[in-house]
Design a protein around this ligand. Structure first.
Ligand code: GCO
Length: 474
């Protein structure tokens, strides 16, 4: 084995999410979710686009499974749309057609020995539950456990890798903080923390349910998918190095610390409590876990994950005045977070190509959480969706990121066991609609049958997957 070859058994796959690819938003008994509602009610918040049809995977899943087979991947990460299987969110009323859809998909994958890695919630909460307060209502903990039980019972004999929630930071910060994502509630610094709190406990309770009633028989694993940038210190001053660490703890640690160690990072608790006091709140804006809750959530990740696309710089700022929370200058974190102009950019502000950041981030996760098994659950490159000859852009991005991840495996001793490229096909990209795309396969959204065309990057990825190697001679 040379150091450009992925270890034996390394899992390559691709990732997707129900609302982004399925379409069929109101077909065969599916209930409405918060994304259906947001795109229909607030087109201006969603680039005037909807996921009503998108890449139409609901009807074209067989073709997509063939594409996966063609890539040679051993895993496929997808999500179940809660409101497709439980139209009103509650487990007492299920939708047989929705169940059949996922049963067929799972069977189709297994026929080709492609392992399903299933996300239970990828942002598409049923509106029936949102109308009761969604993630702001602590009852979500029980709604979610009932949903999880339904999924374990219905699919658990075939699904061995479960993800409870995808990118809770975005669900909460953007869904209940900045309001950029559905359900578009604006309450930065307050409701986003309440959302996160309920979500973490919901995760913990679902994990305990699996332990108690399903694990012995089904022998699967349960985790959460957490996203983060790497935050490079602006300088090697102690202050900037600390600002970088704080940024990681407020981003990745917000969710990872509770599910690994049973509580929020100390620095988060201290900073938010102090600031809340100065702001005149009579308790911290960050809720605290009871002892019983701590026990429920402690140790509830069977393996760790990370979605990484890009990196930022973190710079210490003087302890700020108490002014309205500004997402650009995150006062709770106490850092100025930015992406330098001279980093390689793509077509959006959001995104710089920073391959070395991926290596540093997985090393940080490994060091911070006791050398766990880690799977990259999303990584990918976006452009405006018209580029088929993407070998030197998307293909290059994959090569550079994978190369840095190999360095993490061989030189930093990180126990990285899998990698899911985002995404198999072009899709609905949330607030960007169809203006940015990340697929290995192009989708013609103007054609009735949503024709898929391989991009050059799919050929590149196939080569990596089938040889496990990044260079020509391994
Ligand atoms: C997530 C991600 C994906 C996006 C991807 C590319 O929530 O897991 O946001 O759904 O499509 O990050 O933008």
């Amino acid at each position: 084995v040379n150091n450009r070859t992925f270890p034996k058994g390394f899992k390559f796959g691709t990732a997707s999410a129900a609302y982004q690819i399925e379409g069929a938003w109101n077909e065969d008994g599916k209930g409405e979710n918060v994304w259906d509602r947001s795109t229909h009610l607030y087109p201006e918040k969603n680039s005037n686009a909807t996921g009503d049809v998108t890449s139409d995977a609901y009807h074209k899943w067989e073709e997509d499974v063939e594409l996966l087979k063609g890539l040679g991947v051993s895993a496929y990460r997808f999500s179940i749309a809660w409101s497709r299987v439980l139209p009103k969110g509650f487990a007492n009323e299920s939708n047989p057609a929705g169940v059949t859809y996922y049963k067929n998909l799972i069977a189709g994958l297994k026929k080709y020995n492609i392992e399903p890695l299933v996300t239970m919630h990828h942002w598409d909460l049923p509106t029936a539950l949102e109308d009761l307060g969604g993630f702001l209502n602590s009852d979500i903990q029980e709604w979610f456990v009932d949903y999880a039980r339904f999924l374990f019972e219905t699919f658990g004999d075939d699904v061995k890798e479960w993800v409870t929630f995808n990118e809770p930071k975005q669900t909460c910060d953007q869904g209940y903080g900045s309001g950029v994502l559905a359900p578009n509630i604006v309450s930065l610094g307050i409701k986003n923390y309440i959302c996160g709190h309920n979500l973490i406990i919901a995760h913990g309770k679902a994990y305990r349910l699996y332990d108690k009633e399903f694990r012995a028989k089904q022998q699967g694993r349960v985790t959460m998918v957490v996203d983060s940038n790497w935050f490079e210190p602006a300088s090697n001053s102690t202050e900037d190095v600390e600002a970088s660490e704080r940024s990681l703890l407020f981003t990745y640690g917000w969710f990872a610390h509770p599910i690994v160690y049973g509580d929020y990072p100390e620095i988060m608790k201290v900073r938010i409590a102090n600031r809340s006091k100065l702001e005149g709140f009579n308790s911290s804006r960050l809720p605290s876990f009871t002892d019983e809750e701590k026990q429920i959530i402690n140790g509830t990740a069977d393996f760790m994950t990370v979605n990484i696309y890009t990196s930022s710089v973190a710079q210490a700022i003087p302890e700020p005045d108490i002014t309205p929370l500004d997402p650009k200058r995150d006062l709770d974190i106490g850092a100025h977070i930015y992406q330098p102009d001279d980093w390689e950019k793509t077509i959006t502000d959001w995104f710089k190509v920073v391959p070395w950041g991926a290596r540093k981030l997985v090393k940080w996760i490994s060091d911070t959480y006791g050398h766990p098994e880690i799977i990259i659950t999303e990584n990918g490159y976006h452009d405006n969706g018209t580029v088929i000859n993407d070998l030197n852009t998307r293909g290059r991005y994959y090569k550079l990121y994978l190369s840095n991840l190999l360095d993490a495996i061989y030189y930093d001793n990180v126990n990285l066991t899998g990698y899911m490229a985002w995404s198999l096909t072009d899709d609905f990209e949330w607030q960007y609609g169809y203006n940015i795309q990340l697929g290995l396969y192009h989708v013609d959204f103007s054609s009735l049958n949503r024709t898929r065309t391989p991009k050059e990057s799919s050929t590149y990825y196939r080569k990596v997957v089938t040889t496990s190697c990044l260079v020509d001679t391994c």
